[in-house]
Write a protein that binds this ligand. Sequence first.
Ligand code: HAM
Length: 445
Amino acid sequence: MATFQTLPGFREFYPEDFARRNHVFRLWRQTANAFGFAEYDAPVLEPLDLYKAKSGDEIEAQLFSFTDKGGREVALRPEMTPTVCRLVGAKASALKRPIKWFSIAEFYRYERMQKGRGRCFSQFNADIFGEPGPEAEIELIALLVQCLCAFGLTEQDFYVRLSDRNLWFFYLEALGLDEPRIRAMLGAVDRHEKYGDEAFKVYGEQFGALDGGLKEKVLAFLRVKSLAELEQALAGIQPAGEEGSVGPKLVARLAEWKKLLGGLEAMGLARFVEVDLGVVRGLAYYTGFVFEAFDRKGELRALAGGGRYDDLVAKLGGPALPAVGFAIGDMTFALLLEQRGLMPKFVQVPDVYCVIGGEAERLAAFADIHTLRAAGFRVEYPMKELAFGKQFKAAAESGAKLALIYGGDELAKGVVKIRDLGQRTELEVGRAQVAATVREFFSGA
Ligand code: HAM
């Protein structure tokens, strides 16, 4: 008979995998709470239009989409950003500022499968709405860094590459490019790391070959790796104040860069952050600072990505509302934790294992079992009658700290035997004292 398998790229979580996932989600959630972010969720299935021409060509091509029974064009969510914009946009005037929200949810993209990339994956998303200045970026990059450090990762394991689509816009504008050319060029910059000069092919096909000077200037900017280099690269562009020049915009932008980097430095996070104009992000909606987190060894695909998207809330029918956010993916992140030995092994160990004589003893044991469980202890017992020897073996193998022994002799005397499985000591307590004795044992443990 044919066996049914999961669809390619989809995941199943056996209990141990699920425990790992819970561990990751729990620390992300704790960290977001410490930063004052509020949690939300939204539907998995959304109108297809929410993503069309908003997320960008790449994501659009990867959508799991279909027509539902009511004839609606729908898609499984490939990301959270358009959805959270709709949520915030619909109630923007009623929401207390600053609006700092996070979610942990599953997403679907029909991608080519590779290490750390699947067709169904989870993301931790964090976004701030209503803050136009780099204060929001400081808060978010600090949160991103802490979401990784909470697991024991350090600056030797990962770093955040920080770039700026605004600056690219101003720079390319100063080089004489109009908006369609700028957008095409940013696409080339995005692909350059992977494809080298091949990345300029699409631009060339659309707008004619790049004259030598332009390509050199783009490549020079793309290689900027520090604030000093950035200032140097911009110094030669256009003098501030010249009629119609981008000079003043650049000066103002550099001040924002300094504020952002200064804030991160004051938080003690400068060691995690690198200026790197080679990052521009593939998604279509980003408008300002953009950033991505990578493992230091450069072996894995991106751990996280985000940036500012000041126009998206309005584009989706809401008010004009500046926004910035990021998402960490769970797949590359779990790989990194495993590589560094930072993913704990999860074994489920009971506190108490009950060894039970026969049916009459079982009923007596049930009362204590339920009382102890209600008090929060993890209690296990054999589901069916077993020889004592087998039960003691099971108790030892379970890893439980205590065994409660409900034998005929004990019950006849009105007592239960409590064995400390670690110390190999034993004592008898009256039936009524069982719960109190167990509680006392664990309070001292
Ligand atoms: P993104 O760069 O498309 O950004 O995804 C963020 C992270 O999700 C990636 O760095 C990666 O770890 C993970 N990820 C993406 N696709 C896959 C996949 N197919 N398999 C496994 N992991 C994947 C966004 O999604 C933006 N919406 C983030 C954002 C939030 N921007 C503003 N707010």
